[in-house]
Design a protein around this ligand. Structure first.
Ligand code: ADP
Ligand code: MG
Length: 703
């Protein structure tokens, strides 16, 4: 049992010379045998199955065909030259296209002009017919019609790899050589107990079968084993970090609920709390009372009433003699929180400060002073709060709104603002599926508000094509006549900023033309405006002085204008689902029926269509997040969230929820029986965990 084998440099492998090794390193980060072994196939094809040309549909990822090449030609000149072969079987024809190596293909295909070929590749729909570009093709022979295994691995490759003979086949050949060397030289990483409980195959067997499955059943076992292992070690690590933190970092025990909370609750609460709000407040109260430092993620859809939960948590801190702060990612949001919270707390004698980038020096000094001498109870603001000059007399709770806009390191700064670290409540309005939350925030406790306040009218969402803009404008005029306000949002995506900017300005001009003064007033806000100009326009809209707000996604986060009841999203196909959902959440905040209109061009990809359909079908952020996860995969979805843990190699959070749950439960159980992994039967696990800890950043102190 030695892992020397796994650590062997890949160039030692027979038939992998320095050149191949070099491109494997550069393109795939494959340095050692272990990297090659864990370069898993991305799919398998059943090479015993042959399709007919007639059977091809757009959703078939790969097809294998058998037939003849009836003609070939070279099209185009020089750089744009392509080699096109017309392939036919007894049901139809299609074109095979090579954009590179035209000359070479002429040689390869010609001699077999009358023979049968096996063609394998990914069909795509182009100019009203199917074609396959860069298929694998070879003459029918004894060897390729009697394959030993039906399941053949397909590996990702790149142009540079292919140039060195490492297309999917070439990689398979290298894997085959490596596989032949596996013989009791791959250490087991899980315990006997876990393997028995799930009837798992050994690590060694799994690594063999994943590349060369004997049959579908063995492939399934290999996949399960490797996915479980991947998720298990992530969970184990997160849970261990959480355990360490809880032991190491004591927190202030908020033992009482007192006058502030009680009198607000009984006398000044503007409405009955939803059951979800009550439950979540209770979770927070218990956590803050435990003597451990709270690190809690509060998830709730837009409009679910997170602010009130934050406010009541702050009151608990105050009842225990502590100060609290609330940090938001933008000035607009910070202002809004300040107004909401000051408004609600008006009847109570509480000193609240607002600190942002535009706070004047004199006011700033007053705030700093009052925070230090304890006269100020609550501070609301932007990242200005993080500055070292902001010192509290006794801060006990930090609430962070719209969490994903703040970096991990920034948040860590808040930990240092008192002798013990204050409790942390992190609010996120981006619903994420549970599987993703468990992996991204597996070391946090999670509270979910899964219920909207009563009496909300569900936002009606429709999808309209660009050529119906006149009718949409007509509808907008009707709504304005009823006294409502309207957002019109344009995408602004970095790479093509100039073009987007032009779209925005063209759109703005067309709206100004169709909604002329003095009857209509139109505001515009975008990222290239100065902060005060932005704020001025925003305020005009908030006050109801303008009817229409034309904007880029600047308005995405948290703005609250209850009278705005229509959200028109231009080029909606260019937004991701979660962004569409966030934007839609800007309306539906008042008593009136609200609408969201998704404008797209007529040509939509199937994925784009699914996004529009999903938006029209449901208002449920969690359901939307699930679809989003399936469409985009977790890496993309996490976006700006710190995502090291999401570089999953084989598990798929969209599909493997069940395995994730098992892995987490087993990890919890294991740590409760053997917290330091000292028992001999867990030595494999301890060893593997140490290896993976050594290679990754430790975020354990940071929420
Ligand atoms: P978010 O979770 O998006 O931050 P907010 O806290 O801004 O949501 O709340 C959205 C709106 O719902 C606010 O206008 C708030 O006053 C209102 N609201 C919050 N809780 C309740 C409740 N229990 N009943 C009725 N309205 C509520
Ligand atoms: Mg909010």
């Amino acid at each position: 049992m030695s892992s020397n084998f796994l650590n062997t440099p890949v160039e030692y492998l027979k038939n992998v010379g320095p050149q191949k090794a070099d491109v494997l390193k550069k393109e795939l980060h494959i340095f050692r045998y272990s990297d090659l072994l864990t370069f898993y196939p991305f799919r398998y094809v059943d090479r015993t199955k042959f399709y007919k040309v007639r059977e091809i549909t757009e959703d078939l990822p790969y097809v294998q065909l058998r037939g003849k090449i009836v003609s070939t030609k070279i099209v185009g000149v020089k750089r744009s030259q392509r080699f096109v072969a017309t392939f036919a079987d007894d049901t139809g024809k299609l074109e095979l296209v090579w954009f590179q190596g035209a000359k070479w293909m002429v040689e390869k295909i010609k001699p077999h002009f009358t023979n049968e070929f096996i063609v394998f590749g990914k069909p795509s729909w182009f100019n009203g017919a199917f074609n396959i570009s860069h298929p694998e093709i070879e003459p029918v022979s004894e060897e390729n019609t009697t394959l030993a295994s039906a399941l053949q691995a397909v590996y990702n490759s790149t142009e540079k790899l292919k140039a060195k003979g490492l297309d999917t086949r070439g990689i398979a050949r290298v894997q085959k050589t490596l596989n032949a060397l596996i013989r009791n030289n791959i250490p087991e990483t899980l315990s006997k107990d876990i393997m028995e409980r799930f009837q798992m195959v050994s690590k060694e067997e799994a690594l063999k079968q994943i590349h060369f499955p004997r049959n579908p059943e063995m492939l399934r076992k290999a996949e399960f084993r490797l996915k479980f292992e991947e998720l298990f070690f992530i969970q184990l690590k997160l849970l261990k970090q959480k355990g360490t933190r809880e032991k190491t970092y004591r927190g202030f025990a908020f033992s009482r609920v007192g006058d502030y909370f009680n009198s607000f609750y009984s006398k000044h609460l503007p409405f009955e709390l939803t059951n979800a709000q009550k439950r979540v407040i209770k979770e927070i109260r218990l956590d803050m009372g435990s003597g451990k430092q709270m690190n809690r993620l509060l998830q709730g859809d837009v409009g679910s009433g997170k602010t009130l939960v934050a406010l009541m948590s702050i009151l608990i801190a105050m009842d225990n003699g502590f100060q609290a702060c609330l940090m938001a990612p933008t000035e607009i949001l910070a202002n809004q929180h300040y107004e909401t919270i000051s408004g609600m707390l008006q009847p109570l004698d509480i000193n609240i400060g607002l600190l942002t980038g535009s706070t004047k020096a004199k006011e700033r000094r007053r705030i700093h002073e009052q925070l230090q001498n304890g006269e100020m109870h609550i501070l609301i603001g932007t990242h200005a709060l993080l500055e070292d000059v902001v010192q509290f007399k006794n801060i006990g709770l930090v609430v962070i709104d719209e969490q994903h806009r703040f970096g991990v390191a920034q948040r860590a700064k808040m930990w240092e603002k008192n002798t013990l670290s204050p409790h942390m409540l992190i609010m996120s309005a981006t619903p994420i599926p549970r599987t993703l939350a468990m992996t991204l925030y597996g070391d946090l406790d999670i509270s979910v508000i899964d219920e909207l306040p009563p009496g909300r009218k569900a936002i009606q969402t429709v999808h309209r094509f660009d050529n119906h803009r006149d009718r949409v404008f007509g509808f907008m005029k009707e709504q304005i006549a009823l006294g409502r306000q309207i957002y019109v949002v344009y995408p602004l995506i970095k790479e093509s900023e100039k073009m987007d900017y032009k779209d925005l300005m063209d759109g703005y001009e067309s709206i100004v033309r169709s909604f002329p003064l003095p009857q209509y007033n139109v505001s515009i806000v975008h990222g290239q405006m100065k902060a005060d100009a932005k704020d001025y326009e925003m305020q005009r809209f908030v006050k109801g002085e303008t009817n229409i707000m034309v904007a880029t996604t600047v308005i995405e986060v948290g703005v609250n204008v209850p009278n705005a009841s229509v959200m028109v999203i231009e080029s909606a196909e260019r937004f991701g689902l979660s962004q569409l959902h966030q934007l839609r959440g800007r309306v539906g905040r008042g008593a009136e029926q609200s609408y969201c209109i998704l404008m797209t061009s007529f040509k939509l990809s199937s994925e784009g269509r699914l996004r529009m359909e999903t938006m029209c079908r449901t208002n449920d952020g969690f359901e939307i997040a699930d679809v989003d996860l399936k469409l985009r995969g977790p890496g993309d979805m996490a976006g700006t969230m710190q995502s090291g843990v999401l570089d999953l190699n084989i598990a798929d959070l969209a599909k493997d929820a069940q395995i994730l749950h098992s892995a987490r439960n087993i990890a919890i159980e294991l740590l409760s029986e053997d917290p330091n992994l000292e028992k001999p039967e867990n030595s494999n696990i301890a060893y593997q965990l140490a290896i993976s800890n050594a290679t990754q950043t430790n975020w354990s102190r940071i929420s």
